[in-house]
Design a protein around this ligand. Sequence first.
Ligand code: PLP
Length: 279
Amino acid sequence: NIVYLNGEFLPADEAKVSVFDRGFLFGDSVYEVIPFYQGVGFRLQAHLERLNHSLRAVRIKNEGNWNEILDTLVWKNGGGNLSVYLQVTRGNAGKRSHAYDDSLEPTVFACCTPIKDVWGEGAESVVPLKAIVTEDLRWHRCDIKSTCLLPNILVLQQAKDEGVQEALFSRNDKLTEGSACNLFLVKRGVLYTPKRSSEILGGITRELVLELADKHAIQFQEVDIDYEQLLSADEVWVSSSTRGVVPVVEVDGQVIGDGHPGPIWQKMFEFFAAFQRKL
Ligand code: PLP
């Protein structure tokens, strides 16, 4: 397992970061998770644009040659189907102090783990999820992919404690997104998803769902979604880079639709699979 740290490719157990790194002390860092299939980044440029957005938003210097770093990392780990994690922290200040010096050199870390090819394995292999709805206790810049993930971690653990696999956030009676995924619902053949704002992460998979819906004439709307609309939906899905588009068949113990993955989800899965085969 070869990782990348500050200009070097080295075995994971030799990669060391200072205890005064601001990523460690404050979560003062941003990240990306990018799937590679057969060694090729899926929507890589969109991920790198979002990374640039996150870095700019928190004013961390952006000097990485990301394409080259990630390609080399993937190649050194044998190519194939990998999820690449890339984290950029504000750097090591040598002391603990909230205020920082603009001259800090960012710490750049990247590693990868094998993933299954969601689209290649077919819709039958997708396991539908059950979810709970919880209060969205996050800050108001969820468009930044920050490593400050305590709220996300706690709600997912709560979901696990309650015997389900996902937690959906609700803020001011509006559903925002999942603990690490975007949210969609289908009602009478129309696809709905919360609009992009600083209350959600602009998911790369979300963008592709809308693109494919557009291409294949599935009507969609980016709108507020409340709890009642969620529970009375015909279909509920969540989307993320590593999991793809996954049906949610139960929310807070209530069955969604007929309790099975719905027909529009089936179609969307096929559109994704076909899109990926053409890459
Ligand atoms: N929303 C949150 C909070 C996430 O953490 C993620 C991904 O990890 C997503 C949405 C989905 O984004 P993407 O499709 O770019 O993976």
